[in-house]
Design a protein around this ligand. Structure first.
Ligand code: PMT
Length: 389
């Protein structure tokens, strides 16, 4: 068959150059002596991932902006935080029409950025393109259109509605102050490989900051991806109509009935012809936290987030991550309660839960996952602490 490997169960894949490459890698890895230190293995995995997955087209431009920003604040002896925020996409095609995404709206990252600015940090905000941004988050992605916050003023002017103007002025002043003092740099990414390239480059640039550099990893990082050597160049087809044309060059040719209805023993869904199904085969995204902690930014303060949906494993997974990567803090959160409670897990300290009291009447304890934040930032000092239930 000349069908894309996406459509074929693994056993049916023709031995193509891309499979050959995967075999070469397997052979290379099996040649590695078993006593190879784990650090060397991590370096090999890093080399392989970053050479196989092309960098985003704006990486050089972003690196130049980040270098200038970091040098500027380093010269002022200022603390600087890299915040990662929002979801990472997993493209299914090189010329991407379709991709897998996750739930993250970037609320945690954008809100945290405002608090870090308030605390005197310069903020390098590495965020998913079009996700929530510090300050503008109060007026975007909301159920209201931003125009709802405005009204016509005198002489054809546009002004904030009376009921919104006090808050808007407060947000505007903070935003202007951050911008005018060059305290906030926004760098966007889209896909998981864009994110990892950007993260590695910026983390390495932050090395000279030592412990004055904080990495606060709030992005929702995809765990699975399609490696480029298995990725279709063009839009994945939903029928095999183009195959016959490609084979024969005859625009009037049509697939034979038997070609439309191909089944075999490997079919997981034999009632649907294979030509109409899409089977996606994802590889695990390598975990680069070890590389980050030990190589990219070894002196930096590193805070990672752990997201789970099952409350019974959250703290265990957070503690496991801390033990494995030996960084400074893991903040655990559950998808359904992440807006008002988190658990801090740090070395040699008991788990510490932080809960935000409900401040809006009628907010149920299972708030919708994508509820948009429209609240004022809280004073962190005012937050009560509570023991886990
Ligand atoms: O944006 P919001 O809607 O406000 O949601 C906020 C949030 C829930 C996304 C945020 O609070 C959060 O939990 N972010 C981390 C989500 C995540 O990637 O969790 P994880 O359990 O899959 O990964 C844990 C850690 O491993 C993360 O720090 C991640 O950077 C890292 N990781 C993950 C995958 C991977 N391949 N390599 C990694 O290094």
């Amino acid at each position: 068959s000349s069908r894309s490997p996406f459509r074929l169960p693994f056993q049916q894949c023709p031995r193509q150059p891309d499979r050959q490459k995967a075999d070469n890698l397997t052979a290379m890895l099996s040649d590695i002596p078993s006593e190879t230190p784990p650090n060397n293995l991590a370096a090999l995995a890093e080399d392989h991932y970053f050479s196989a997955n092309p960098p985003p087209k704006d990486l050089e431009k972003h690196v130049a902006l980040a270098r200038e920003f970091i040098n500027y604040h380093s010269a002022a002896n200022r603390r600087l935080v890299l915040i990662t925020s929002g979801g990472t996409t997993v493209p299914l095609e090189k010329q991407t029409v379709r991709f897998i995404d996750n739930f993250s709206a970037g609320t945690r990252g954008a809100t945290s950025a405002e608090y870090f600015l308030e605390a005197g940090y310069a903020v390098l905000f590495l965020h998913r393109q079009f996700s929530l941004l510090p300050f503008s988050r109060h007026y975007s992605h909301a159920t209201d259109c931003f125009l709802d916050f405005l009204r016509e003023g005198p002489n054809g002017s546009v002004v904030a509605r009376d009921e919104d103007s006090a808050k808007m002025l407060h947000v505007l002043r903070k935003y202007r102050d951050a911008r005018d003092r060059n305290m906030l740099l926004l760098l966007p990414f889209v896909s998981i490989s864009d994110y990892l390239h950007e993260l590695r480059s910026v983390a390495q640039l932050m090395r000279p900051l030592g412990p004055r550099g904080l990495l606060y990893l709030a992005a929702a990082v995809s765990d699975f991806f399609v490696p480029p050597d298995r990725m279709s160049e063009h839009k994945i087809q939903s029928t095999n109509a183009a195959d016959v044309f490609k084979r024969t060059g005859d625009a009037n040719s049509r697939p034979a009935a038997e070609e439309e209805e191909t089944f075999d023993n490997f079919d997981s869904s034999p009632s649907v012809p294979r030509s109409k199904r899409l089977v996606i085969d994802l590889d695990p995204v390598p975990k680069f936290l070890k590389n980050l902690v030990e190589g990219w930014s070894p002196q930096g303060m590193i805070v990672s987030f752990k997201l789970e949906t099952d409350p019974t494993i959250l703290v265990h997974k957070a503690r496991y991550s801390l033990d494995r990567y030996q960084h400074h803090l893991v903040i655990g959160n559950l998808l359904s309660t992440r807006k008002w409670e988190v658990v801090f897990v740090s070395p040699g300290a008991p788990d510490r839960w932080i809960r935000v009291p409900f401040r809006k009447s009628g907010v149920a304890s299972t708030a919708p996952a994508l509820e948009t934040e429209k609240d004022e930032p809280l004073d962190p000092k005012s937050l009560p602490e509570a023991e886990p239930e």
